[in-house]
Design a protein around this ligand. Structure first.
Ligand code: NAP
Length: 393
């Protein structure tokens, strides 16, 4: 079968380049490999559609960890999953497709069922999952920390990763949303996240991105006031169309450098941004939706109001940053770490799509051969929403 990912040989080539010279397309190639063999609790799926997440960019850049390191850690935590150790690794954490084979212990699913894959792999016998599967030490992200990801003709997943696809949902939409929507849902709504409520004001970085486009819709649906930040007027219009109340183009309207070269705060810039928000009748920010990391976490902590929350799930611009802790403790703010979503949260989030309450923002539907090109575009910030791949053409 065909698949897109990286071989051990290519990992060795990519890691010889300095990080600043790498592009995602350097670390992804088309592979011709055997179909996966399923275990007793797994299903084989013929993939109909998939979508790109930023974790595949990290995989292809071999940064901060190489796929070999990620999968070794997965096997260390899940020793019975040794079959994930191969000479090649297949990327991709969002897909939808049709079940074509069942392991002998799989119940409640049939060959021919149309499914959406929930990318959380956990050990079903770990008692931690009764509370929150994300707290299980076995927890891993399928197609990032594991092999056999979405960008392939066939993939295999545990039956505990399946969500039933409604018949009336088109394949492109079905394969587009699960990772980013579920992450945004946990961050904003779940008891494990910021517990956003009607009347709150929520500031969303990267409002037109994969996470941000869902965060805007979820926050508006919950009755919050939404302030979104983006880097172009085109993305600004996208955020207003998604329902945001106030949107800023950071490249035009914010001061140039919000941290210096060492990553330290530029307090003058921060004050100017607060003044700009105040002039736009944004006097109090209850929740900041963070995933940018190094460049913005200090500012996010400064902008949150007394008692406010910064909820963070990523660090696109870097994971080592400077925080002025005075803004945290003197004003009783909280920074909450968040990561993907348990099955329950993903199910609630998916229902929002199934019931037509929110919609995926689809940038484009592409032939899978365009994956390396689209990965570069996403890395360079030239995309918005979700980049989808149709596997049937
Ligand atoms: P995306 O669609 O590429 O969006 C990222 C957004 O970040 C862009 O739209 C961009 O917005 C914004 N951004 C980039 N550099 C910035 C800067 N210097 N200052 C302010 N904003 C900046 O990616 P995504 O799917 O939303 O994912 C975002 C991050 O979250 C990635 O690092 C991803 O790996 C991570 N993630 C983590 C989880 C988890 O479970 N932990 C789940 C999903 C994603 P503008 O340029 O328009 O401002």
């Amino acid at each position: 079968m065909w698949a897109f990912g990286i071989t051990k040989k290519l990992i060795s080539d990519v890691t010889k380049r300095p990080l600043s010279d790498r592009l995602p397309s350097h670390g992804v190639e088309r592979l011709d490999i055997p179909k996966p063999t399923i275990n007793d609790n797994e299903v084989l799926i013929r993939v109909k559609s998939s979508s790109l997440n930023y974790n595949s960019i990290w995989s292809a850049l071999c940064h901060p960890l190489t796929p070999t390191q990620l999968i070794s850690s997965f096997i260390h935590r899940n020793p019975n999953q040794i079959d994930h150790l191969k000479e090649h690794y297949i990327f991709g954490s969002d897909a939808a497709g049709e079940i074509v084979a069942l392991g002998k212990n799989v119940q409640n699913w049939k060959i021919g069922n149309e499914v959406i894959i929930h990318c959380n792999i956990v050990d079903e016998f770990d008692s931690a999952i009764q509370d929150d599967g994300m707290l299980s030490p076995s927890q891993s992200i399928w197609g990032y920390e594991t092999n056999f990801g979405a960008f392939a003709e066939y993939t295999k997943v545990k039956c505990s990763q399946l969500i039933k696809k409604p018949k009336n949902l088109d394949w492109a939409s079905a394969g587009s949303f699960c990772l980013t929507l579920s992450t945004a849902y946990r961050m904003l709504i779940s008891k494990n996240g910021a517990r956003l409520k009607a009347g709150d004001t929520c500031l969303i970085w990267g409002g037109a991105g994969g996470l941000g486009s869902f965060a805007i819709q979820i926050a508006k649906l919950s009755g919050a006031k939404v302030v979104a930040i983006v880097s172009s007027d085109k993305k600004k219009k996208i955020c207003y169309d998604l329902g945001a109340d106030v949107v800023f183009n950071r490249k035009k309207e914010f001061p140039n450098k919000i941290i210096n070269e060492k990553g330290e705060p530029n307090y003058m810039a921060w004050k100017k941004i607060r003044t700009l928000l105040n002039k736009n009748n944004i006097d109090s920010i209850n929740i900041v939706f963070e995933h940018v990391g190094r460049e913005t976490l200090g500012l996010s902590t400064y902008l949150a109001n007394r008692g406010g929350k910064v909820i963070i799930c990523a660090a696109t611009t870097g994971y080592l940053c400077t925080l002025d802790l005075r803004f945290l403790w003197m004003q009783l703010k909280t920074i909450i770490g968040s990561h993907f979503a348990n099955y329950n949260e993903a199910s609630f989030a998916s229902d929002l799509i199934f019931n037509g309450k929110i919609n995926p923002l689809i940038h484009s539907i592409n032939d899978i051969e365009k994956l390396p090109e689209m990965m570069d575009k996403m890395y360079l910030g030239n995309t918005y929403g979700k980049i989808v791949f149709n596997h049937d053409e």
